[in-house]
Design a protein around this ligand. Structure first.
Ligand SMILES: Cc1cc2nc3c(=O)[nH]c(=O)nc-3n(C[C@H](O)[C@H](O)[C@H](O)COP(=O)(O)O)c2cc1C
Length: 205
C-alpha cells in the first residue's frame, strides 16, 4: 500500500511523541514509614541495552519521587487490558491519601533481586530496577535505572518457551487515551526478510 503524502499544521512545541507505554511503578520505604505504593508512569523509555537501562520521568511533588530518592530502587510493571482501570486509578490518587494496593485488591510481591520495592503479582511482567542517575530537567526529574531482572508470568509462555506478548493485551497511551495494542503488522526486519522467513513467521508479502 502506498503511504499518503500529507500537508501539516504547527501545534507548537509539545510532547506529542506517541504511542507511549503506561506502566505501574512499584516502590516502598518502610524505614521512613512509606508502605508499598504504585504510581502510573507514561514517561518511561528504554535508554540502553548493555547493560539494560530504562528511564522514568517523575515530578518532584509525587510521593513516589520521594520514596525512590530514598531507596534507589523500583519495579516497572507492564499493564494489559485486565489492569487498565487500576492503572488509571494509580495515576489520579496519591499514596499520601490512599493505600493503592489495598484499595485495588492488588498483591505486592518481592521483586528479586531487590530488597524493598514491591512488584504487582497481577502484572503480566515486571522489571526490577536500580537507580544509577537522576537528572533534574525542569518540571520532571529523570531517573535512569539499570534493569537487574525481568519477570514474565508463566501463563504467557508457550510450551517451547517463547513468550506470547500478544496475549498480554498491552496498553499504549495516545494523548490522554488508553488503547490495547492493535493488529499485528510485521516483525523486526520483515521489510527485507526472505520469502522463507516470512512464511515461517506466518506472513506472506
Ligand atoms: C496515564 C497517566 C500517566 C502518568 N504519567 C506520569 C509520569 O510519567 N510522571 C509523573 O510524574 N506522573 C505521571 N502521572 C501522574 C501520577 O501517576 C499521579 O500524580 C499519581 O497520583 C502520583 O502518585 P503518588 O503521589 O502516590 O506517587 C500519570 C498519570 C496518568 C493517569
Amino acid at each position: 500500500m502506498d503511504a499518503k503524502q500529507n500537508t501539516f499544521r504547527q501545534i507548537g512545541p509539545t510532547t506529542y511523541l506517541s504511542p507511549i507505554p503506561t506502566v505501574l511503578l512499584g516502590c516502598a520505604d518502610p524505614q521512613r514509614g512509606h508502605r508499598p505504593n504504585l504510581i502510573t508512569i507514561a514517561w518511561a523509555g528504554v535508554v540502553n541495552s548493555k547493560p539494560p537501562m530504562i528511564s522514568v520521568s517523575i515530578r518532584k511533588s509525587r510521593l513516589s519521587h520521594e520514596i525512590i530518592l530514598g531507596t534507589g530502587e523500583f519495579t516497572l510493571n507492564l499493564i494489559g487490558r485486565e489492569l487498565c482501570e487500576k492503572m488509571d486509578y494509580c495515576g489520579v490518587k496519591s499514596g499520601r491519601e490512599v493505600d493503592k494496593f489495598a484499595e485495588l485488591g492488588l498483591t505486592p510481591i518481592q521483586a528479586d533481586p531487590l530488597s524493598i520495592a514491591p512488584a504487582v503479582a497481577q502484572a503480566p511482567a515486571f522489571l526490577s530496577c536500580k537507580v544509577v542517575k537522576v537528572l533534574e530537567l525542569g518540571s520532571h526529574d529523570l531517573f535512569i535505572a539499570e534493569v537487574l531482572q525481568t519477570h514474565v508470568a508463566d501463563r504467557f509462555f508457550t510450551e517451547t518457551g517463547s513468550i506470547r506478548e500478544e496475549d498480554m493485551e498491552l496498553i499504549s497511551y495516545v494523548h490522554g487515551k488508553y488503547h490495547t495494542v492493535g493488529d499485528f503488522q510485521g516483525f523486526f526486519g520483515y521489510s527485507v526478510a526472505s520469502e522463507e522467513a516470512l512464511e515461517r513467521r506466518g506472513m506472506k508479502k
